[in-house]
Design a binder for this molecule. Sequence first.
Ligand code: SF4
Length: 690
Amino acid sequence: MEKHISVCPYCGSGCKFNLLVENDKVVGVEPLNGVTNQGELCLKGWYGFDFINDTKILTPRLKQPMLRERRDQPFRAVSWDEAISYTAKRLSEIKAKHGPDSIMMTGSSRGTGNESNYVAQKFARAVIGTNNIDCCARVCHGPSVAGLMVTLGNGAMSNSICEIENTDCILCFGYNAADSHPIVARRIIKAKEKGAKIIVCDPRYIETARIADQWLQLKNGSNMALVNAFANVLINEGLYDRAYVARNTEGFDEYKKIVAKYTPEYVEEITGLKASEIREAMRTYAKAKTATILWGMGVTQWGQAVDVVKGLSGLALLTGNLGKPNVGVGPVRGQNNVQGACDMGALPNVFPGYQPVADAAARDKFAKAWGVPSLPEKVGMAITDVPHAAEEGKLKCMYIFGEDPAQTEPDLDTVRKGFEALDFIIVQDIFMTKTAMFADVVLPATSWGEHDGVFSSADRGFQRFYKAVNAKGDVKHDWEIHGLIATAMGYPMKYTSTEEIWNELISLCPIYKGATYEKLAGLGYVQWPCPDVEHPGTPWLYEGNQFQTKSGKGLLFAAEWRPPLEKVDAEYPLGLCTVREVGHYSCRSMTGNCNALATLADEPGYVTINPKDAAEVGVKDQELVWVQSRRGKVIARASVTERTNVGAVYMTYQWWIGACNELTVHHVDPISKTPEYKFSAVRLETIADQ
Ligand code: SF4
């Protein structure tokens, strides 16, 4: 049996294991003593490998290029030569007729790797001539990046996954670690065992709430009010570190003025919490010698998410919980390489290494390296802008690489109308996803397990993963496909290995320069910034409390609370919140094709509801029901549970039957453009009512 080192392709925990291979087929995994997982894996790590083997449970692997000249025609299999020349010709025509900004591309936060994302964004910028490239960070931790960039100067986790177990207090805010990152949840349990205080802010009785010292069951949509009240307590009770604030922060007076109104008593009505609970939480947090704030989609998938992120970083600044080990702010990134897609510049405003496209020196540097006279300055389009831009005729083409927006974006009817309005859609993937069904050209790529590369885990850690088996179909590496199209469009791009791509990209990014392939070999783990080869990497940021803002100080920022956009009423009395399913991942094209995981949970999706609400609707546990919003209606199985709070229902978003994004509202944070997946007004009806 052969063994090949790999990194789990699912969440951002970065778990390392061997892929076990017999006769060129992956047959199992063996955990390794990786830096973040220490020989442990969750069920997706153990059982999430066999989609590579084309199980055909949900959908078959793509094995040859396909195209169709008209969308009312079926796809026909074509040679790579025909697929590449047709795609290059259509892209060139659209660029010439409508301009480079009429074309939108995506990076991929999944199993393809950093090198492919680097090549994709280079294709967008140097070949097409647009900054219209985005990735799924837009719909998950975009607000964390946008908020922390302003307050601290760096959008990533300040400290490491490993440090979580050594902190004295963890404030888990809108973060269900057990379902999102089980290996991070393990660190939280270890911290508890070592005596840490755990405070959970979540409307649901999530797993971490079970071990928490305090569970603050706030009302859905009241995050900003609670964070302001936390700051109010820290200031008014004199719990904050005056010397630290005076030395290392700015904006205190304005901040104090805004949070003054948000006394714990004032927010009781908004949050549903007792003032005493809020005070107790902040007394615990402030008293701890070291404290860490972890957050997830419960913070970021709201229309006021960026403000809340800034507010959470303010709590760490007030108490001096930054710039040393075992403290900090932790936006724990979701998909296994969403950190990497951002690191590589698959974002509309930055080149790789977070170098702004608005910076003339950065543009000149990349233009020179890529051999083009100039690069576009205008910040590109966000992926959530696509449906409306397409319907308005501003966007003509989309090149979608390793993403499935027809399953994962909000208000799917609007997404479909946007796709229908586009002249040309290219989908590059390993499966025939829902999005691929809208395509004009489908380009089949190699899968994780069939190629080499580097992933970035949630705490900025670069890790190498290796090819384990040969691809079985007529498929190509993602970076190779982008290179062939670029070359056919008159821009020769002929990489021969991921190492060649990696060497190019680290040479252009000062913060990655020392993270060489040699250092990352085997179980190597290097957290950026790593400015030179002698540098070991940076487990925790802001040494000496030097923040990466213009002034070098951390910004204290507060904003007035805004309620969610949609209101519940007599017709739609419940607030729908979308959440994670531990056994499945993202659009489910990978985990839905894994035997064990598909057996554990399969369609239709479920909707969890409190027994009180279920009794009012007349819904019994496990009964099939309609869930309807102002935008659509889907079937789901009711799961009646006390863990769900009264007035809210929860659904996971990966199911084809019961696709909850048929229901969600297209309302976005004004800064990060991240959708408010966490609140859409719905009603439930039993099937017999129809
Ligand atoms: Fe680790 Fe996440 Fe993979 Fe589970 S899904 S094995 S926690 S990386």
